[in-house]
Design a protein around this ligand. Structure first.
Ligand code: PMP
Length: 412
């Protein structure tokens, strides 16, 4: 029994829905533990996209013929699925983009450039992914704004009191990840929003890691912007979402220009389209949006409360088993953590370990996880990271532990 909730679904049945997990790597059954980088895709997502390309493909919002109308219905239906998933007020607040990175850049290039001036402040946390640091650095260099860093403690946690002490009338934006990809820390985003709003600052939440693992309600969080990536939540690559409050989007200038984002064009003047199309220039990733909607239906068919309980069990089991290994140090021990274990092993370079794991058919990540400041904080060049998804089980963790012990005996 791996979960404690009543009516827990059969997770071995769920695992069976992922064709890639039936294959071998280097002669061993694949153990996939790199879900923080991207998740595998269930049949329902693969089939939704396959059916679209086989029988429904046409451009959207344009054709007067049936096929195009049906493609448009599917694309706009996907938007409604995302709206419900996030509990946004309106589909006008759901902008399809390539992923979290593009969503954050959209806010940086459109909202921030229109609203921030020299000496205004943006606060990011020390555990942000590079995609929630570098866009703000570009603004700092171009507009002369101030970029401040909310530090974390030795466990990898944010201190709310420290945030309270930092914000001021100069603070215009707090950009924070809901869950750290490098450490697994889940941040108290709702309280952080309240603190930022108390000085009139807006809040952007990076939800790339959170949405596959926990229920998100943007209305309840009251965040101003929320970014997610389809590929981390069992959907396709190349599709993601920027949620933003409607009033902000109405006032923001377009980010990219081209077809679909206009209402009328003359050489003298262009009138922009209504929301959400104002921010979706060009032909969108129609199959991607359809695949993302299928991924949301997949997640909802299991229930995020069951997914969270399953992954909490995997995290507890992996943490306990890994801690038994001599010389292994876990990086990131926040009280509130999602299914990510980052660790280092004394005397072993993380990359050597990951290479040996690969030979055993175990896919995991050894790197700075696009969060170099986190590595600097813990004074390590890189960590080995096992990150869990719905299809992982105790047997995966047992294989990981056995492979680490064997690799250690070879390397040391
Ligand atoms: N933020 C976090 C916390 C992430 O983990 C990632 C992906 N590793 C991103 C942002 C960027 O997501 P994407 O590459 O899908 O744009």
């Amino acid at each position: 029994m791996q979960t404690s909730l009543k009516n827990s679904p059969d997770f071995s049945q769920i695992r069976a829905q992922f064709p890639i997990l039936q294959q071998t790597e280097n002669g061993q059954p694949l153990v996939y533990l790199d879900n923080g980088a991207t998740a595998q895709k269930p049949l329902s997502v693969i089939e939704a996209m396959d059916t679209y390309y086989r029988t429904q493909n046409a451009n959207v919002h344009r054709g007067v013929y049936g096929l195009s109308e049906r493609a448009t219905e599917l694309y706009e239906g996907a938007r409604e699925t995302v709206r419900q998933f996030l509990n946004a007020q309106s589909t006008k607040e759901i902008i399809f983009v390539r992923g979290t990175t593009e969503a954050i850049n959209l806010v940086a290039f459109s909202w921030a450039r229109a609203n921030l001036t020299r000496d205004d402040e943006i606060i990011v946390t020390e555990m942000e992914h590079h995609s929630n640091i570098v866009p703000w650095q570009l603004l700092r260099d171009q507009l002369g704004i101030k970029l401040s860093v909310l530090r974390m403690n030795h466990l990898g946690e944010i201190c709310l009191e420290a945030l309270k002490g930092m914000v001021s009338a100069k603070t215009k934006l707090l950009a924070v990840t809901q869950m750290s990809n490098a450490l697994g820390t889940i941040n108290p985003v709702k309280e952080m929003v309240r603190i930022a709003h108390s000085v009139g600052a807006k809040v952007l939440v990076d939800g790339a890691q959170a949405t596959p693992h926990m229920a998100v309600d943007v209305h309840d969080l009251d965040c101003d912007f929320y970014a997610l990536s389809g590929h981390k939540m069992y959907g396709p690559t190349g599709i993601g979402v920027l949620y933003a409050k409607q009033a902000l989007l109405e006032a923001m200038p377009p980010y990219q220009a081209g077809g679909d984002m206009i209402y009328s064009v003359t050489f003298e003047k262009t009138e922009y389209n209504v929301l959400p199309y104002k921010f979706e220039a060009g032909t969108p990733h129609i199959a991607g949006a359809i695949g993302l909607a299928a991924a949301i239906r997949f997640i909802e068919s299991i229930g995020l409360e069951h997914i969270a309980a399953h992954e909490a069990d995997l995290l507890a089991y992996a943490t306990a088993e890994l801690k038994k290994i001599d010389g292994l140090r876990i990086i990131g021990e926040a009280k509130h953590k999602g299914g990510v274990v980052s660790f280092v092993i004394e005397g072993v370079h993380p990359h050597d370990m990951a290479t040996l794991m690969d030979q055993e058919g175990i896919a995991l990540r050894a790197s700075h996880h696009c969060a170099m400041p986190v590595m600097q904080h813990f004074n390590v060049p890189a960590t080995i990271r096992a990150s869990f998804g719905v299809y992982n089980n105790h047997a995966d963790i047992d294989r990981l532990v056995a492979a680490i012990l064997e690799a250690k005996s070879m390397l040391l």
